[in-house]
Design a protein around this ligand. Structure first.
Ligand SMILES: [Cu+2]
Length: 466
């Protein structure tokens, strides 16, 4: 196709003008206190890497002794479900040489990690899918220490459900001296009568409700996960919800547990975990102090649904150890953003559904229709932005934005000050949630519901940061 040089020239002039204008337009006065509060809330840039950590990762079908030990046919990273926990230290370059040995195309998305846009794994937006038999090298330098996870970003409702997920732990330069650092990957599975993963994905029922909720809940792939510790230990417990749709609200059974980080990022101060809703995509880091004497067994129970059920057990065994004494890690610079209530939304998204499309139902974010990838919302880099999600339905929608962290500013118009960042926030039935952010990482980032069936049926759009 011949290139029209006049049009191309016009485009260049326009882009240059816009860049000049965007760079020189000062923020309006009402934004300035918000931007001042945001300064150094989290790093704008990664540090110069002092080392490279190389990983090989293969996605392939496997048969594994999961759940209660039965042979379960899954799709797995490196023959494990959950996939391997990749541990690096902030300031190290991460290089993951990925091989797709699945029968279908896939990608890897690094959930919550502020990667260069081309490494974000969003099929069709930041990269073409990796074909069956193909390879792709993911490379980035994490800017933030914390608990992150990775999973496919194409046909996720099937690929994640079949077992494709792993955890990326980015440790601090000087990790706080916990007695142990434990990952709990919380998931559910829907099994068919033969005990295998029910192969009917994206059912009309799941699409019309809160996605695929399973009939078996596991922690680290086991139905009866037990964490054995010594009395007196202080444990850093990293929770990741990898379920397609299920939300957890965990009861810590009287344990001395405090939230120190949400979605990877340290909170302003430790937070009581009671009532925290861990929706798909969310992570929680807990500071758990095991008493040196007294009770020695705690059953962690889910209370999100009407019928509470045990999720996992913590048991103290052996001679007590001295409890490590150090201040819980915090980030005092998490902004309160009290003045944000007066700022008009940059963009309002109505969360709604309509009949149609390949599944018979289409989920939408705003008025641009399902899968509105090509109508990005422009968010100027380094400026305050406010997004409003108005849930016009009775379903749950955990909204996730790639490439940045945000704060929940208000629920149903009532200001809230959660003392932590998020990358995923649950929007309840008929609820309106305002979130605020200052995007600093340029690129075209996905914005979608993390109920994977809703995402599959169209509840996905993009924001463009430049
Ligand atoms: Cu949704």
């Amino acid at each position: 196709m011949p290139v029209d040089h006049r049009r191309q020239g016009g485009l260049v002039v326009f882009v240059v003008l816009c860049l000049a204008a965007c760079a020189t337009t000062p923020p309006p006065p009402e934004e300035r206190p918000l931007l001042a509060e945001f300064a150094n809330a989290y790093p704008a840039k990664s540090v110069r890497p002092d080392a490279t950590r190389e990983f090989e990762l293969v996605a392939a079908p496997a048969t594994l002794p999961l759940l209660d030990g039965r042979a379960l046919r899954v799709w797995a990273y490196d023959g494990q479900v959950p996939g391997p926990t990749l541990r690096v230290r902030v300031g190290e370059r991460v290089r993951v040489a990925f091989t797709n040995a699945l029968p279908v195309e896939t990608t890897i998305h690094w959930h919550g990690v502020r990667v260069p846009n081309v490494m974000d794994g969003a099929a069709g937006v930041t990269q073409p899918p990796v074909p069956s038999g193909g390879r792709f090298v993911y490379e980035f330098v994490p800017k933030d220490a914390g608990t992150f996870w990775f999973h496919p970003h194409i046909r996720s409702s099937e690929q994640v459900e079949r077992g494709l997920y792993g955890v990326l732990v980015v440790e601090d330069r000087e990790p706080p001296p916990y007695s142990r650092d434990v990952v709990w990957v919380v998931d559910d599975w829907r099994l068919a009568g033969d005990g295998q993963i029910d192969p009917s994905f994206n059912t009309p029922h799941d699409l019309a409700h809160d996605g695929r909720w399973g009939n078996v809940v596991t922690v680290n792939g086991r139905t009866a996960e037990e964490l054995v510790v010594r009395p007196g230990e202080r444990v850093r417990l990293r929770l990741v919800n990898t379920a397609n749709g299920r939300v957890f609200r965990l009861d810590w059974a009287g344990l001395d547990a405090r939230i120190i980080a949400v979605d990877g990022m340290y909170a302003r101060a430790p937070v009581d975990p009671t009532g925290f809703e861990l929706s798909p995509g969310n992570r929680l880091d807990l500071d758990v102090r095991i008493p040196a004497a007294g009770a020695d067994r705690w059953v962690v129970t889910d209370r999100f649904t009407r019928q509470p059920f045990p999720v996992a057990t913590i048991r103290a065994v052996g001679e007590p150890v001295a409890t490590p004494d150090f201040p819980a890690p915090t980030n005092a610079r998490v902004p309160a953003w009290r003045e944000a209530a007066a700022i008009a939304p940059t963009k309002e998204y109505a969360l709604n559904a309509r009949q149609g499309g390949p599944f018979g139902i289409e989920w939408m974010l705003g008025d641009d229709g399902p899968h509105a990838h090509h109508t990005a919302t422009f968010l100027p880099r380094g400026r305050f932005a406010k997004l409003r999600f108005t849930n016009e339905t009775y379903r749950l929608h955990p909204m996730h934005v790639h490439g940045m962290f945000f704060k929940v500013l208000a629920r149903n118009g009532t200001p809230v000050d959660e003392p932590f960042w998020r990358d995923t926030a649950l929007v309840h039935a008929r609820e309106t949630v305002d979130v605020g952010m200052v995007p600093v990482d340029a690129g075209r980032w996905m914005l979608h519901c993390h109920v994977l069936e809703h995402q599959e049926a169209g509840m996905m759009t993009t924001v463009e940061v430049r």
